[in-house]
Design a binder for this molecule. Sequence first.
Ligand code: ZN
Length: 360
Amino acid sequence: MANPRKKVKRNLTDVEGFINFVSSPRKSKTDREFFEVDINCKTKSIRGICYDVDRSPLLQKFNKDQQSCLIMNAESSNNDIIINDETIVKLKEVDFENLTHESPTYTMEQVINECPLYQRITVIGQLFNLQEPTLSSIKKTRLREGSFIDKSNSTRPITFFQDDHINMVKERTSYKITNVVVSKYSSKKILQVSENSIITEITDSGDYNLPEQSGNCNASGIISMIELDSLQKQFFCKLCSHPIKPTSRNLFKCCGKIFTDIDVIAKTDVVFTLRYDDTTSRKFSCSRPLLDGLVGKNGNADEDIFISLLLKKAVTIEHCSKQKDDCFEVMKIKNRQDEASSSLLENEAIPSWQEDEANT
Ligand SMILES: [Zn+2]
């Protein structure tokens, strides 16, 4: 970072063209309301973000009437413009037609190596490893995650946020998707499908080298319930593996022998409910060390702390496909990526007044 005292220099710009799309108002991660517009300029289509929803009706009118306009003193941010309180929006005749310029097509390899962050792009390839719809941990809206592969044989995580997109996409199906935003999570570029992305199913050879997949399944959601009993240690006989209970003197009897606790197997399989969305949930059983790793405690954590760290956590799970005692056994568990990605716009375009705030 540069010297924090240095005032962020605003990069102001004038744009003229046709308003082609006005989004519904949404809330940013910091609870600020905003909406976005698409502007068809002479040679490209760009996106504008506006944090004053009272400016929406005029832009909607320009969109509806197909009238061109001039947007003066907007702020450049990445590939977008920000319509702020100093920006002037007014009618203006232009000498070009209202044409939507499709976002440039990038391969997954180019996304990884060349494509600038927050660029809007078109992708052509196949969806795989598509998860069930789930709830965003931050904004409690629905989303659906998967992976995207194309002819470059590289892959990227991809997330869908709109209900109609979530409901239409299918596993191992090829699509052309426009207006995908290149975002990042954990220093890794990811793809986010926009409200006005156009998803077209295509037929291609479908001959992709999908990465090797284990026989396990994936799930993601929010940990919504923990079975208290399952937090207790369970003991098993070392000889026959049967579950055994300690006697009042803390000894164990099995296979015609009496053991001390040194000679029995002790483990804790925590049983919890993972909520996928409002209507779907599943029960999982997970060994305590995996959960200790997830919450960053080494097993010595106080039980109340352990529970509070775990509940409401958004996670992605790799689990066995077969159920045992109503539960799926967890093989891997990690924090879910949408923690960052669901904050869609806040990441893409930070107005300089926000940077100013951050720097004071
Ligand atoms: Zn035994």
